[in-house]
Structure formats: C-alpha cells, structure tokens
Design a protein. Structure first.
Length: 138
C-alpha cells in the first residue's frame, strides 16, 4: 500500500509540474534509493521517518498546522515548500504535497485521505523540491 501511495505521490507531483511556467527536470533516483524502486525505506532513514511521522494526522485544510508539526520535528521553516490548499477554482484540494530541502535531496510528503506518505528524492535542478506553483514558507 505504501509503494502504491508513493507512486501516486510521484504522479501528482508530475501533474503539478505541467502547470509550471518553466519546465523542470524530473529527479532521478539517487544511488542510495535505487534498490527500493526510487523510494528509500523509512526504517533505514531516521530523518525520513521523522518527516513522515510529522505528517501523520494532518489534513490539506490546515497547512499552517502541518508546517508547525514539521518545525516541531526539527525541520527548518525556510527549507519547507508546499502546494496550495485550494485548487484553481477555489475549492479545497484532496491532497497537499509538502517538501523539505535537505542538502542535495528532498523529503517529499503527501497528506490527505488515508495514511500520510513520504519519500526521499534528489532536489530539482533549480534547487527546489516541488514543481509547479508552490507556497514557500518564510
């Protein structure tokens, strides 16, 4: 189920990229996550597990609480990116993507219906983690 959710997350991130003003390269899996099909196992990555745990129980309707949970887990506010909580028609989104830049990689997560999902991937060429229109947290 987690792998299916991770594949769905990557698919959503790719779709968000279709709305980007400038095309961004798709991140390639790093050598450390090649064995897991592009996903690092949270059991062997304590930072990824802490990120995923901070996402648990949050909803797309309250992104401020999600950001606060990430900060409480030790992630720097300035390194956090997220997608918008409302779609282009002003309706609440079903899922909210959030990312934290960690050096040359990004922790990518998704909250919405069901269990929160998280994975680690290489940062994009422009230094961002998410593609498309994002909200940077200052």
């Amino acid at each position: 189920m987690r792998q299916l959710a991770a594949v769905a997350l990557v698919g959503v991130l790719a779709l968000v990229g279709c709305a980007a003003e400038e095309p961004s390269p798709v991140p390639a899996p790093s050598p450390s996550d090649a064995q897991g099909g592009g996903q690092v196992d949270a059991a062997t990555d304590p930072e990824l597990e802490a990120f995923r745990a901070a996402l648990e129980g949050h909803s797309p309707a309250d992104p401020a609480a999600l950001v606060a949970a990430l900060e409480a887990a030790g992630f720097e506010r300035s390194a956090i990116e997220r997608t918008r909580e409302l779609d282009s028609l002003g309706e609440p989104v079903t899922f909210l993507e959030v990312a934290v830049r960690r050096g040359e990689s990004c922790l990518l997560g998704q909250v919405g219906e069901g269990e929160a999902t998280a994975l680690r991937a290489d940062a994009l060429g422009g230094g961002r983690c998410l593609v498309g229109e994002i909200v940077t947290v200052d």
